[in-house]
Ligand binder design. Structure first.
Ligand code: NAP
Length: 279
């Protein structure tokens, strides 16, 4: 299954996330693709991701017949504050240069001449968007216009920041990637903005941010009805309300189970109940 952002670029409806996999990244990316995932999320941020090992996995997959074009690759530009002291760019250079250097280094790591989606890991400003955000966004727009990335997006964004970006940017984001808490109505406010603008909302930490919910007896009853597990119910719910979920599993069994969430359906009543479970 694929989703399409407002620029009509297709994106697989479930994404495999590579954060915190360390040396296992290579093997897990191969396993994820063998299990059926076609979209991979990474970042040029050594403190949490091994982007070069994602690239190593891609080379092995290519030898096994899985071509670059069969995969959707998403990576991120991480501002210096989120890099833990090791930047894949000259941190003393201007921000436009930092984005260009980080992007080129991502292409090297991933052994490709383009990525499918390029995401600003987080705005520089806590509230609103400041000069640094606009400079970085302009550099990302330039990469989009050059065709080196087919989509651009933003992560860890507030509703006010996203609204401002949609109103004032030359190129609106095509994707938003946020941690998705049941306690915030599953990021309802931001999902609504995304829906209005044809932006794909990617939800991360759907399981780890909602552990209480996973243990809810009612969820277990729904899961039983469908012959599924609570994790699959969350992923299925995410898909049915229009999100693109990310999973960060390290288990092949869970990879298969997570993908199976595409195979069953929750009722309208179940969806409505889960939407407001923590409100
Ligand atoms: N933009 C950002 O700032 C940002 C921040 C955080 C994450 N992300 C992205 O989002 C991705 C996912 O994040 P996450 O790891 O927090 O996601 P997650 O999928 O909510 O959490 C992963 C955990 O869920 C478990 N799990 C997965 N499927 C399961 C299943 N079917 N049954 C039981 N347990 C299951 C995993 O355990 P097992 O390993 O045992 O399966 C693992 O402990 C990251 O890899 C990264 O790409 C982005």
């Amino acid at each position: 299954m694929t989703l399409k952002a407002y620029n009509q670029v297709p994106i697989p409806s479930f994404m495999y996330g590579t954060a915190w996999k360390k040396e296992a990244t290579t093997q897990l990316v191969q396993l994820a693709v063998a299990s059926g995932f076609r979209a991979i999320d990474t970042a040029n941020q050594l403190i949490h991701y091994q982007e070069a090992l994602v690239g190593e996995a891609l080379q092995t997959l290519e030898k096994k017949g899985i071509k670059r074009d069969a995969l959707f690759l998403q990576t991120k530009f991480t501002p210096v504050g989120g890099q833990g002291g090791r930047t894949p760019y000259d941190a003393s250079a201007d921000l436009t240069t930092q984005v260009r250097q980080s992007f080129d280094s991502s292409l090297d790591h991933l052994h490709t001449d383009h990525v499918n989606s390029y995401v600003l890991h987080a705005p520089y400003s806590r509230r609103g968007l400041g000069e640094a955000d606009w400079e970085v966004w302009a550099a990302m727009e330039e990469l989009y216009e050059s065709g080196k990335t087919k989509m651009i997006g933003i992560s860890n964004v507030t509703a006010a920041q996203l609204t401002q970006l949609c109103e004032q940017a030359s190129v609106k984001p095509m994707v938003v990637q946020n941690r998705c808490y049941a306690a915030l109505g599953w990021d309802k406010e931001i999902r609504k903005i995304c829906q209005t603008h044809g932006i794909i909302y990617q939800g991360f930490s759907l399981l780890t941010a909602n552990t209480d919910f996973l243990a809810d007896p009612e969820i277990r009853t729904i899961a039983k009805r469908l012959g599924a597990g609570p994790a699959q119910i969350i992923f299925r719910f995410a898909m049915q309300v229009g999100m693109l979920p990310l999973t960060g599993t390290t288990s092949q069994q869970h990879m298969k189970e997570d993908l199976q969430a595409e195979q069953f359906a929750l009722s309208t009543e179940e969806i409505q109940w889960i939407e407001t479970i923590a409100l």
